[in-house]
Design a protein around this ligand. Structure first.
Ligand SMILES: [Zn+2]
Length: 1007
């Protein structure tokens, strides 16, 4: 086998040496050869002269040598080959070394691509910031125009002559501008001619240049402003022989202004076009990398993002923002596909003109390679606007002279492009289509003619083309001929992030499509995020309400996971009887909200009730609550770990510290309240099912007594885990397990469950951002009722509706009512939900008022309410802000050491903040004593001694039973008086002193 290997290598080296002197660097070649050597030896070891694999490798190696630049297709061939033959398992070494070879080459390609990108960007920045601004030419043009008009005014030339001169001058300027653009856009000379990077780069530059060309010509020739000014200039000079100079100057200034506008527009167009080109280049670049890196795990690349800052006139290239991408339908792709289809039909309808048509391959070749290639070049891809604008530009009515000139240009371009496509295919094409390229050579003229005829037709509408293609795709989707994956692969659907969307113009519906649009929404629903798309009828709400609603949805208590019993989350809320919404958006089905809902369908009446539902308060039906409405449980997990501290004896122990034997053995001296330990079992863990309340111990634990990290003796201290003073509940689950941090330590987790029945102060919200807290719970018999005896679960304040404009809320109530009555779910999908008229019609059919109102009777008096009350069924969510967790009060308690003011927060048993606004309120009411009580007496009141002589704070010195006061500054002992101040004030004085500022207090009224 060594002989075979040596032979192969020699053959290979011979092939390489026979290659003409190309531009490939020597290093790349030698790398290649060494890689091939590796490959061959790997092959010999494993393949054992397997002809099959030898063939493949030979083929691949040859391909690598021939088209080093076109490594992408080889890589794909390679992947295809190994996957179809199962080489992956059979010859892992060979496959691995081949992959390694590819990845090395890809690295080289990438560095080239990066370089090209950088150069391109620097050119682009030059265009925008550079000295060669087109305004210069515009000024020259304006002056020339003035001169021509001047000549005409002085009757040195005729009107026709002036007009002709104007036109000539315009053409000249246009050409100068075009030339300068093309110069800027010319590919970088450092790129190797003929390399794939060069081709790509040139293609981009060409498409940008083409776009700009079309744009500038149209802007200048078609600018109505300019045209009007010139016409009125001619008119004035024609009619009035004694033309006023000032008038003429005014008009010339207007002309200059008009030109400025054109230039502004033009500059903007350049910038946006450049950005788009860069973006598409980036996208292309990334997709290229993605394709290449398929199968190479070690390959990672950061995403690139391009942004233009208008303020600084700079282009930024940023790392990916990591934004979520959403699918949009690309108009560009639609148009391109339709164009190709059209052209193909045109060509296939005239078989007599073509020489290659019968063969199936020829058809494929035409459609997929030649036409696609032509369209890609003539109507450049990726940059949708370019396509549209170029196409548009080609269709605008010019005089015959110009159109003929354009025709020639286009024809030459077409011919060149076709030639380059064919030559590329001859060089790199698959074996099947290579010979076709030669055949097609004969049809070149016919194809060019047909394409030219087609694109100069005036009856082709971008909109129609796109819509036609869209309908075809729809049909295919319906018949399942095409999959979503294919749509993405073919570029019909693009995933675009929020930044990229900045430069797009998206049509909401296909019917809205205009020539300026770049994309179409797949469904307007996709504008919304996940939470917002769950809101029914959001298009009827004011937008901030939808934002609030989407936010509150995240706080709803529901049934988030079915395995909550086995999850040791620190805190979890679980609703007892969650319901799926009667009025739902289709999204809820796809995200599994219907399997894990978070809310219930409430019967809601919109009336006020004795002021207990003022503002956003809601009234609850006590009967409904007792039947389990909105009831939930709260699960909290406590844990304790048996830690070890160095020596085997120095270890925590989970045990009941009340056990007499334990106490004796470990000399536990501390004897706490016995009751707190009453729920512990012998093992030191609370029994499942036992009821715990404030400060009760859940897990008993003793720890070695330590001093400064050192363990002392056998004495132990109580280190049990307790509930905090306000907590309560029943032991739900006990988990005993090894600690994840150290498997030698035992970890105990105890989950305590508490029952949360809705009470006054608990927060509820509908999905329309209408939140509120329970203001009153009314006995069922006192609630209003309908003549059918229906009692609402909730009473909602009518004033919450008009100012917030949550029409969706009203609509959902209506839809919920219909749904509840007919026993069906109602579709409230954003932008396409159930029709309101239908809902009203249904209500009428069901014997209810079509307005959704009902006659209600007062539960307390039995009297009928004068007004008819709007009542319906709506999905309500219980939010996890439970009053149980928030209610808090204190009289006296812990204070901060530094300020001597009460601590903050419920968990620290803190005081309630009496803030700025509260203070203002008391001042406003003149309640001075109440203010003093809050801010001084019940806060940080202190008595300090002030020296009346020097104004310093005097010192206190306790000698035996008597206290001596003296001034440390002046030594005064007589003239010292006690003063009541807030401790924060004394702190301020002390801090001032620390800054070497000496504040003096003047004692006014001496008591
Ligand atoms: Zn003093």
């Amino acid at each position: 086998s060594d002989v075979v290997g040596a032979h192969f290598t020699r053959e290979l080296l011979e092939t390489v040496s026979k290659l003409p002197e190309t531009s490939y660097s020597k290093r790349a070649l030698s790398e290649l050869i060494s890689a091939i050597n590796e490959l061959v030896f790997g092959m010999i070891k494993e393949a054992e002269q397997n002809d099959e694999i030898l063939d493949i490798i030979r083929h691949i190696v040859q391909e690598i040598i021939v088209n080093y630049d076109n490594i992408e297709s080889i890589e794909m061939d390679f992947e295809d080959a190994i996957s179809s033959q199962g080489f992956d398992e059979r010859y892992p070494t060979i496959v691995r070394s081949l992959r390694k070879l590819f990845s090395r080459d890809i690295g080289y390609l990438l560095s080239q691509a990066k370089e090209a990108l950088t150069r391109f960007l620097s050119d682009v920045i030059l265009v925008i910031n550079g000295t060669e601004r087109p305004e210069y030419y515009e000024l020259i043009f304006a002056r020339t125009v003035t001169r021509i008009l001047d000549m005409y005014a002085k009757e040195r030339i005729s009107k026709e002559e002036a007009y002709r001169k104007l036109k000539e001058e315009r053409q000249r300027v246009v050409e100068i501008i075009l030339e300068s653009i093309m110069r800027i856009m010319r590919p970088n000379e450092n790129l190797e001619t003929g390399s794939s990077e060069y081709a790509k780069y040139y293609h981009r530059a060409l498409s940008t240049g083409q776009y700009l060309k079309a744009y500038v010509i149209r802007e200048i020739t078609n600018s109505e402003e300019i045209h009007n000014v010139i016409m009125s200039l001619i008119e004035i000079t024609e009619k009035n022989e004694d033309i006023k100079i000032s008038e003429l100057f005014g008009l010339v200034n207007a002309l200059l202004d008009a030109y400025d506008n054109v230039i502004m527009r033009w500059k903007r167009a350049i910038i946006s076009e450049t950005l788009k080109t860069i973006k598409s280049l980036r996208r292309h670049f990334l997709s290229h990398i993605k394709k290449l890196s398929k199968g190479f795990k070690e390959f990672e690349i950061e995403q690139i993002n391009v942004r233009y800052d208008e303020a600084t006139d700079e282009i930024y290239i940023l790392a990916d923002s990591g934004r979520i991408r959403r699918p949009l339908i690309s108009v560009n792709t639609l148009v391109r596909r339709a164009l190709i289809e059209d052209l193909y039909r045109q060509i296939s309808q005239q078989p007599e003109r073509l020489k290659v048509t019968s063969d199936v391959h020829a058809r494929m070749f035409f459609k997929e390679i030649v036409l696609e290639g032509l369209i890609t070049y003539v109507l450049p891809n990726d940059v949708i606007d370019t396509t549209l604008k170029t196409f548009d530009a080609l269709n605008i009515p010019w005089d015959s002279n110009e159109i003929e000139k354009m025709r020639d240009q286009i024809e030459t371009t077409l011919r060149n492009i076709l030639e380059s496509i064919l030559s590329r295919i001859r060089l790199f094409g698959k074996p099947k289509i290579k010979p076709l390229a030669d055949e097609l050579e004969k049809d070149k003229d016919v194809i060019v003619k047909i394409v030219l005829d087609y694109i100069s037709r005036k009856d082709v509408s971008i909109r129609e083309l796109a819509l036609r293609e869209l309908n075809n795709i729809r049909k295919d989707l319906k018949e399942r001929k095409v999959s979503w994956r294919e749509l993405i692969k073919n570029g019909i659907v693009e995933y675009i992030d929020a930044d990229e969307e900045e430069n797009l113009y998206v049509a909401l519906y296909p019917e809205d499509l205009e020539d300026e649009h770049t994309h179409i929404e797949v469904d307007p629903l996709l504008i919304l995020g996940l939470s917002a798309s769950l809101i029914p009828f959001p298009e009827h709400n004011a937008s901030p309400r939808n934002v609030y609603g989407a936010n509150m949805m995240r706080q709803a208590i529901g049934f988030p996971f079915a395995n909550f019993k086995y999850r040791p989350d620190t805190r979890q809320h679980v609703m007892f009887y969650p319901e799926k919404p009667i009025v739902r958006s289709i999204v809820s089905k796809y995200i599994g909200f219907e399997r894990r809902p978070a809310g219930q369908n409430f019967v809601v009446a919109i009336i006020s009730y004795e002021g207990y539902n003022m503002q956003d308060a809601i009234i609850f039906n006590k009967g409904a609550l007792e039947r389990g409405l909105a009831r939930s449980m709260f699960l909290k997990t406590y844990e304790a770990e048996e830690m070890s501290y160095g020596t085997p004896e120095a270890k925590d122990e989970i045990i009941n510290p009340m056990n007499e034997e334990v106490r004796r053995r470990y000399q536990l001296i501390y004897r706490p309240q016995e009751e707190a330990y009453s729920k512990l079992d012998e093992d030191g863990i609370a029994r499942v099912g036992s009821r715990l309340k404030g400060s009760y111990v859940v897990i008993g634990k003793i720890s070695p007594e330590r001093f400064g990290g050192e363990q002392i003796g056998i004495r132990r201290i109580d280190n049990s885990t307790k509930l905090s003073s306000e907590e309560f509940g029943v032991v739900d689950t006990v988990y005993v397990m090894p600690s994840p941090e150290n498997v030698k330590n035992m970890l105990v987790r105890v989950k305590v469950r508490s029952h949360m029945v809705p009470e006054i102060g608990d927060k509820f919200a509908s999905r329309h951002g209408q939140k509120g807290v329970i203001g009153l719970i009314v006995p069922e018999e006192d609630m209003p009722f309908t003549e059918d005896g229906i009692v609402p679960d909730v009473i909602f304040n009518p004033h919450a509706i008009p100012s917030r404009k949550t029409v969706g809320h009203i609509l959902e109530m209506l839809a919920g009512k219909v749904g509840a009555l007919i026993g069906e779910e109602i579709d409230g999908t954003p932008f396409s939900g159930t029709n309101e008229e239908w809902l009203r019609e249904m209500l009428k059919k069901l014997g209810f008022s079509y307005r959704g109102v009902e006659v209600l009777y007062d539960g307390r008096t039995g009297k009928r309410f004068l007004a008819e009350i709007y009542m319906g069924v709506i999905y309500y969510q219980r939010l996890h802000h439970l009053v149980e967790d928030k209610i808090h009060a204190r009289s006296r308690g812990p204070v901060q050491i530094l300020t001597k003011q009460p601590t903050e927060g419920k968990s620290r048993h803190g005081g309630l903040r009496f803030g700025e606004m509260e203070k203002d309120c008391l001042i406003g009411h003149g309640a001075a004593m109440a203010l003093k009580d809050r801010l001084l007496d019940e806060s940080d009141k202190t008595i300090i001694y002030v020296c009346a002589k020097c104004g310093n704070i005097a010192d206190e010195q306790k000698v035996g039973n008597t206290t001596r006061v003296f001034c440390r500054v002046c030594g005064n002992t007589e003239d010292i008086y006690p003063v009541e101040v807030s401790y924060a004030f004394k702190l301020l004085l002390d801090e001032l002193k620390s800054l070497l500022i000496f504040p003096r207090l003047r004692v006014g009224e001496r008591l």
